[in-house]
Design a protein around this ligand. Structure first.
Ligand SMILES: *Cc1c(COP(=O)(O)O)cnc(C)c1O
Length: 356
């Protein structure tokens, strides 16, 4: 076995995907799994397809290309507004993209015409979290210009909330999006197939909602991987929360003073943390560092505390027994921990299929 090692429990990922798809199906909402946290890893993409996904979403064209190269052929949805410099890749690898700029959609239209293909767009509406989105007051004008563009299909509208300021996708926001969908359809006499109500933060609303809504689609990453919705980090009933673990190896273990000695400047990262003398401590070093993972995204097992990290070393303290050199320690990860470990070339990835 190689370390540090990120183990992905495929049985749990499949369970979470299928559970959410089934629950939301009852609400007439379809789910597109989002692969961006896994850098578009082809094995995870295959898992989602195995679980029943008919489309996958990612924020990066490079990840799309990675999936295409590995033979993934189902439709792909680009969930970040395309860069003008990547239009050709968007047209060749993505069936749908989320958009907020006329200039970009114009370029998509030009490239689609050039390659004799069609491209679908979902127009994102700003609902108050102030990340991407056309302002609602400008939406009708905006759509009015898009309907004229050749080889562009207006597939629907959508919104993204919670990511920047934690603004909640609640009943009121979803009602605004629904009403905008109705207004667009009336004004232009078109039908919008997809009304995309957001990410994992929209799950609480979607699962609790009863009654009328036009929202029929969500883009879900975090909840599938971690079993919690992102708004309040509350775990969700029916979902597995420990599908990923990161394991690293102890390379030094010693009883050391807690107070360093000598003249003091900044550390390797230009930081100077306050230190207090806590007497001697049982300290261990793991072969894991900031080059492997966002250390703040790790949770150690009980009895072990993460005290510092450098590029290649994670320093922990234990209360009881000294750790042994060669011992393996497993950490749970949050979104940022998973994202960083998954994108580090120094972390080995192991996909396991335990029976649970
Ligand atoms: C990342 C992202 C998602 C998925 O968010 P999760 O919190 O992982 O469910 C959905 N939509 C957009 C536009 C995103 O950028």
């Amino acid at each position: 076995m190689n370390y540090p090692r990120l183990e992905i429990n495929c049985t749990k990922i499949i369970h979470n995907t299928q559970y959410l798809m089934a629950e939301l199906h009852l609400k007439a909402i379809s789910v597109t799994p989002v692969t961006k946290a896994s850098s578009g890893h082809p094995l995870l993409a295959q898992l989602f397809i195995h679980a029943g996904a008919t489309m996958l979403a990612d924020s990066r064209v490079e990840n799309m290309q990675r999936m295409r190269c590995s033979g993934i052929s189902i439709p792909l949805m680009l969930i970040r507004t395309p860069m003008l410099s990547q239009i050709a890749g968007v047209i060749s690898d993505c069936s749908i993209s989320l958009n907020t700029e006329i200039e970009v959609i114009q370029a998509l239209s030009d490239e689609a015409q050039r390659t004799n293909s069609d491209h679908s767009v979902i127009i994102m509406v700003e609902l108050g979290d102030l990340r991407e989105g056309v302002m609602a007051k400008d939406l009708i004008d905006f759509i009015g210009r898009i309907v004229l563009l050749p080889n562009i299909i207006i597939k629907g509208i959508g919104a993204n909330l919670a990511c920047r300021y934690g603004i909640a996708p609640d009943e009121q926001k979803m009602a605004v999006l629904s009403a905008l969908a109705d207004e667009i359809e009336c004004t232009f006499d078109i039908h919008l197939d997809i009304i995309s109500g957001g990410n994992s933060a929209s799950l609480q609303w979607a699962l609790a909602h009863t009654g009328q809504t036009r929202i029929n689609h969500l883009r879900i990453g975090e909840a599938i991987f971690f079993g919690y919705e992102s708004l309040y980090q509350e775990t969700m009933a029916g979902l597995q929360t420990d599908a990923m673990i990161l394991t690293a190896e102890v390379i030094e273990s010693n009883l050391k003073p807690s107070l360093p000695w000598g003249k003091r400047g900044n550390n390797a990262f230009g930081e100077q943390q306050p230190i207090e003398d806590r007497g001697p401590v049982t300290q261990a070093i793991l072969a894991l560092g900031r080059q492997d993972v966002d250390v703040s995204g790790l949770t150690p097992p009980q009895g072990i505390t993460i005290v510092s990290s450098t590029s290649d070393h994670l320093i922990v303290e234990t209360l009881g027994e000294k750790l042994r050199v060669g011992q393996k320690i497993s950490f749970s990860l949050n979104y940022s921990g998973f994202l960083s470990a998954m994108s580090s070339q120094h972390v080995y990835k192991l996909f396991s299929y335990p029976h649970c």
